[in-house]
Design a binder for this molecule. Structure first.
Ligand SMILES: Cc1cc2nc3c(=O)[nH]c(=O)nc-3n(C[C@H](O)[C@H](O)[C@H](O)COP(=O)(O)OP(=O)(O)OC[C@H]3O[C@@H](n4cnc5c(N)ncnc54)[C@H](O)[C@@H]3O)c2cc1C
Length: 331
């Protein structure tokens, strides 16, 4: 009768992410395939400091640590933030993430480090008990040693275009939470603002959808899925290979710092993956991982296209070919 999409963010389009494993941007892809308008997908927030220990799946090191006096250092111990912004560690997320990205690319390192060893150990433990315990579980005592961190995809500001009642451009299709784009985050979301879309607008969307239910007919003549003529492929591993490849492409070419050339490269590789996976899909029994992969490839396409269309650096979309424009940008 009425459908509400609430599938969350899309961090798993990128190699490094803070998001849970289900965050694959599928709502956006489904809505787009149904013909809904999609907005602002080029604005993806990267959190500067995600723990870079292999076993530590998507663990975020809170910004409060930098507020408390933590210093960002490269592998040589250099406190590098002053090269990038007068506010140093307290600069906004996008600036700190870009500074770290620059250090990693210039130096070829795998991590930068967050240093709290100069702070009072008892206060560090008292203020950040979860981070302290988590790191200790990997054998890292943060009061003694630096914390290895990297930026990671954190929040998708864009998504399915909705009005303030969660209505999309398709009748009876609603969206809320991170998959929706009400526009409240603009081009650069402030930290801790997701409750606006996840609670406030979600509440409005559900109430609006519920109003419709009494008056709508439900279509019960949906045919059973027909999988005749498809194969039970013995090459399912190709799905995970394609997925890893897509994440790598998005991380390398559509990540924190973009350029026209990188975006063109990304589009060529995405097109290749699209063709390969569509061919696989047309011959193969449908599975959840295969559907997820198709959706990931679609949303990757939309992000790349949105980024290519924006001929300026603005908020979370940073393209080195348009730096001058960024400085002149006046929101
Ligand atoms: C580590 C971390 C820390 C954060 N800290 C803060 C903070 O301090 N303050 C703040 O405001 N925000 C924070 N955020 C952002 C905030 O948590 C998210 O934006 C918010 O939870 C999104 O809510 P949601 O309901 O839209 O999606 P989710 O909470 O992600 O829920 C989406 C649901 O949809 C399901 N789903 C996904 N795809 C499908 C599918 N194809 N079919 C069926 N089900 C599907 C998922 O399994 C999941 O249950 C943080 C995010 C992370 C990752």
């Amino acid at each position: 009768k009425a459908v509400v999409l609430a599938t969350g963010g899309g961090g798993h389009l990128f190699t490094n992410t803070t998001n849970p494993s289900q965050s694959a941007g599928e709502g956006v892809s489904l809505a787009w395939k149904a013909g809904a308008l999609i907005q602002d997908l080029e604005f993806i927030q990267f959190h500067p400091t995600s723990l870079n220990i292999e076993e530590a799946d998507s663990f975020l090191i809170s910004e409060a640590m930098r507020g408390f006096g933590a210093i960002l250092r490269n592998a040589d111990g250099e406190a590098f933030m002053e090269q990038y912004d007068d506010r140093k560690e307290l600069a906004p997320r996008d600036i700190v993430a870009r500074a770290i990205d620059d250090q990693l690319k210039k130096r070829g390192d795998k991590s930068v480090f967050l240093d709290v060893t100069h702070l009072d150990a008892d206060e560090v433990k008292a203020h950040f008990p979860n981070i302290y315990e988590k790191c200790l579980s990997f054998g890292l005592d943060i009061t003694q040693k630096w914390i290895p961190v990297v930026p990671a995809a954190h929040y998708v500001c864009g998504g399915i275009e909705t009005d303030y009642d969660g209505r999309t451009s398709i009748e009876q299709l609603f969206a809320c939470g991170e998959t929706a784009c009400t526009g409240v985050h603009g081009a650069n979301r402030l930290a801790s603002n997701s409750l606006l879309e996840a609670l406030f607008f979600a509440d409005k969307a559900v109430k609006k959808a519920a109003e419709l239910i009494a008056d709508l007919e439900f279509n019960e003549n949906v045919p059973e899925w027909d999988e005749s003529g498809t194969l039970n492929n013995s090459e399912w591993v190709l799905i995970s290979h394609n997925r890893e490849e897509l994440k790598r492409v998005m991380w390398d070419y559509v990540g924190i710092v973009r350029s026209d050339l990188r975006l063109e490269r990304a589009l060529r590789r995405q097109t290749f993956l699209y063709e390969e996976v569509e061919d696989f899909y047309s011959r193969t029994r449908v599975t959840v991982p295969l559907c997820e992969l198709r959706n990931l490839i679609s949303i990757a396409y939309l992000i790349i296209l949105s980024a290519m269309k924006r001929k300026e650096s603005c908020g979370l979309h940073y393209n080195v070919d348009y730096e001058e424009h960024a400085r002149g940008f006046n929101p």
